[in-house]
Structure formats: structure tokens, C-alpha cells
Design a protein. Structure first.
Length: 464
């Protein structure tokens, strides 16, 4: 059996709970769909009360539960399971006091940057990190609670939809280094002062920064001076990345080469050229951010470059696949996990720079939470589509109707009210040699279009 992550008595000591029966847990879960044998199951309240699923968790191999009601099985009883999860996370951080911790936020790219940092941390020793996009008021304490006591380095993703959400999570993590990938018009419907409010909310990540900590910031972003000022008020040393001469990590060039790219840069004045398995232009500055964060967490440049060189695009965030049709194959770029005006423009420009044997097609679904300017942001995508010489745009959703109306007839591929209705339109149109990108907000179901295009693969249908 693996070493215990938590004993029942340690859980009780951390949470102020009472031990109903002894057990040793090797993991922590809040979802019976992902329970592994040996896990502690935390019964959180939600749309359904987690206590309803304790029996199911035990049947899947959970060895104990953290509960606020009586259950059949080994458990630690507490007054409030959510507060207990937070307390467990803080206890995990304190017992792994040797670990250097990083935290990443930003309007675009925080999940990919966090996972790329994780890849570098793993090369340097015992590492821990967020999984997927576990970046909210539940995901952050859960990630902390899962941190082994012998962790040397860890990185956490921290997100927000509203003000005052990042600060308490930063104070929970107490990072030694933080990064803000960029600030842009994302979640602006939740801020009366728009993008300025978003910048202020992102600056909350400095709230928990350890004394003498490092802030890695995007010097090409219009909010750099504001963020740098807020970081220095918090006692941080500011490291910058971007295209300017004064940047600590300066991006010189980003050249596409088939299904990957070559980055040319200078890090603290030292010239470095390295390949990456990414094709999006945003991976130029992302790479600079990753290298500075790894440096701040005690990882040498060689390990950082090796990690970036082998880091593959995440599902829904630029992952590519070849879809085989009866007459040949087309390339599918899956950007269906999320979208905002910044990432849309970058992804479209990247697609336009790619060589394609056939046409360049895009399937775009609504970008959400953009507030009163949402229609304008969508219509404005007509310009980057033209600049990138995209052959056909397929649009889905009431907001994307603004883009559809702004497109010339020569660039119109198809329009539908929903992603599910759009999917068969582009599925019928795609041909061998085409380069196809799907992008949209997760809430507007862009993934349905990706799934429909992947289903065209003759190999998945058992054909030869």
C-alpha cells in the first residue's frame, strides 16, 4: 500500500473533527466519479448533498469519509465539511513547509502555463500541482489537501469570476512566486469598471505572497505598470516577460515549423533557442512566463527548456489530431475548452500562419461573460479572420450572429443557433487537406463541434 497521505487522526487534528474509526488515506476526492481506492471522500454540499454519495464512495474503494452527518463507515466528523477541506489544505501546506510554491492566474493561458510549469517541476524533484482547471474556492484547497508531505515544489492555478475571490485562495497557498499571464476583457460583465476591475482582481494574487516573493508579469500587457506597482507594494521582486529590450525573459521570434514551433529568446541576456510542441503564437510569451516561474521556484534553465520541449498541447487547448476521411485526412486543432477576445485573435492569427494543403476553416461558438460590449467583441473578430486569410468561418450562438453579420459572403461557411446544430454543417463541408480549428467558450458547447469532426474519422468507424 502507498504511504498514507492522511491518517484519520491527522485529519481530525487538522479540522477539529472527531475520529469515528481509524483509517489511512492515500488520496482525497470530492466526486464519486473519480474516487480511487484508498481515497478520503469529502462529503461537500452542492446541488446534491455529498452525504448521499458516501456509500457509493466506499463501494469504489474510499477508506474513509469527512462528514458532518452520521454515515455507515469509517469517518471523521466535523461541523462543516467545506471549512474542514480548507483547514486540511492549510495543514498540508504547513506540514510541507520545505516546498516552494507557485501560483498562476491570468485572463488567458493559466491552465496551460500551470501545467507546463508542473512539467518543469517534475524534472527537478518531487512536484505537486493542480489537475485540470481546479482553480476555484473548492479546487485550490482540494489541491493543497492532496499535497504529499515530502513535496519539494508545487504550483497552483487560481481563477476568478468576481472580485475578492483570488485573495483568500492566495492567502491559503502562500506562494513564493506568482504569475499573471495577462489581463484582458474576460468576465467583464461582472465588473462595473470593466477591464480595470479585472486587473484589480488579478492583482489579488499578491495578497498571500510570501515575504521576498517573486511576481512574474507580462510587460506587453497594458496593465503591466499597474500590476508591477501592486506587486512591489506587496514586497515582491518583479520579473518581466515580453518583447521589449528590458524584459528579463525577452521573446525575439516565434517561427512555426509544421506541427510545432521554434522559440528564439533571451533570458537575463542569455540567448536561448528551443523547439516546442505548440503552434499557437501565445506560446511565445507563455514560454517566457514558464521559464521565469521555474527559475523563481529553483528549477534550472536546462530543465525548463526540456520541459517546454516535451510539453504537449492540452485537450481543448490547442491539441491537434489527424482525422482520416475516405479520400485523405484533415488536421483538427481543438481549442474548444474556452475563448475570449484575446485568445480568439491569437488562435486565428496562429491558424493563418500555418501551411495548409487545403483550406483554413474555423468553427466558432459564443464567448461568454463579456457584458454589454459582447456583440462588438464578436463582430470585431471579422478583422483577424480577414488578416489570417481564413477561407470559411462557421458560427454558432446568438452572440456569434454579430460576427456572422460582419463577415463578407465569401468568408461565410454556415451559421446555427447552437453548436450542436452547427456541427453537421461543418462536418459536411470539411475535405482532405483542410486545416480546421474549433474554438469557443466551454459554456457555449464548442466541444460538440470537435466531437462531431472527430467522429468523421474512418478509423473510428472500423473502416480500413
Amino acid at each position: 500500500m502507498a504511504d498514507a497521505l492522511w491518517t484519520a487522526r491527522e485529519i481530525a487534528a487538522a479540522t477539529g473533527g472527531s475520529v469515528e474509526a481509524d483509517f489511512d488515506a492515500t488520496g482525497v476526492s470530492i466526486d464519486t466519479r473519480t474516487v480511487e481506492p484508498g481515497d478520503l471522500f469529502v462529503a461537500l454540499a452542492g446541488a446534491r448533498d455529498g452525504h448521499e454519495f458516501v456509500g457509493q464512495a466506499f463501494s469504489k474503494g474510499a477508506v474513509g469519509a469527512l462528514v458532518s452527518q452520521a454515515v455507515d463507515g469509517p469517518a471523521v466528523a466535523v461541523a462543516d465539511t467545506f471549512k474542514a477541506l480548507e483547514a486540511l489544505g492549510v495543514a498540508a501546506r504547513k506540514r510541507a513547509s520545505q516546498a516552494r510554491r507557485g501560483a498562476v492566474t491570468g485572463s488567458v493561458g493559466k491552465t496551460s502555463v500551470t501545467q507546463a510549469i508542473r512539467a518543469g517541476l517534475k524534472l527537478a524533484g518531487r512536484a505537486h500541482s493542480s489537475v485540470k482547471s481546479y482553480n476555484n474556492h473548492i479546487g485550490v484547497p482540494l489541491t493543497l489537501a492532496r499535497m504529499p508531505r515530502d513535496t519539494q515544489r508545487a504550483v497552483f492555478e487560481i481563477g476568478m469570476n468576481h472580485a475578492d475571490e483570488i485573495a483568500p485562495l492566495s492567502e491559503m497557498v502562500r506562494p513564493h512566486a506568482v504569475a499573471i499571464t495577462t489581463v484582458g476583457p474576460v468576465h467583464t460583465e461582472n465588473f462595473a469598471d470593466g477591464e480595470q476591475g479585472v486587473a484589480r482582481a488579478k492583482a489579488e494574487i499578491f495578497a498571500g505572497l510570501e515575504p521576498g516573493g517573486v511576481a512574474v508579469l507580462n510587460a506587453d500587457n497594458v496593465w503591466f505598470d499597474y500590476l508591477a506597482g501592486e506587486a512591489r507594494k506587496a514586497g515582491a521582486k518583479v520579473l518581466s516577460f515580453g518583447s521589449g529590450d528590458a524584459c528579463d525573459a525577452r521573446l525575439i521570434d516565434f517561427q512555426l515549423d509544421g506541427g510545432h514551433a521554434v522559440v528564439q529568446a533571451r533570458v537575463h541576456g542569455k540567448a536561448v533557442d528551443f523547439p516546442i510542441l505548440q503552434t499557437g503564437f501565445h506560446w511565445g510569451p507563455n514560454s517566457m512566463c514558464v521559464l521565469l516561474m521555474l527559475e523563481a521556484l529553483g528549477v534550472d534553465l536546462g530543465d525548463g527548456l526540456a520541459a517546454l520541449g516535451s510539453f504537449e498541447p492540452l485537450e481543448g487547448r490547442g491539441a491537434e489530431s489527424e482525422v482520416r476521411l475516405s479520400g485523405g485526412a484533415f488536421t483538427l486543432v481543438d481549442e474548444s475548452y474556452n475563448a475570449n477576445p484575446i485568445s480568439m485573435a491569437a488562435a486565428i492569427a496562429s491558424l493563418g500562419a500555418r501551411k495548409a494543403a487545403g483550406r483554413r476553416l474555423v468553427a466558432l461558438t459564443d464567448m461568454l461573460e463579456l457584458g454589454p460590449l459582447a456583440a462588438e467583441y464578436h463582430a470585431a473578430l471579422a478583422e483577424p479572420l480577414a488578416a489570417a486569410s481564413i477561407d470559411r468561418a462557421y458560427c454558432a450562438g446568438p452572440l456569434m450572429k454579430s460576427l456572422w453579420d460582419a463577415l463578407p459572403s465569401t468568408r461565410r461557411g454556415g451559421y446555427a443557433e447552437t453548436a450542436a446544430e452547427l456541427a453537421p454543417q461543418i462536418a459536411r463541408a470539411v475535405e482532405p487537406g483542410d486545416l480546421v480549428m474549433v474554438k469557443g467558450s466551454n459554456g457555449s458547447k464548442a466541444g460538440a463541434v470537435t466531437a462531431a469532426l472527430k467522429a468523421l474519422d474512418v478509423r473510428s468507424a472500423g473502416s480500413v
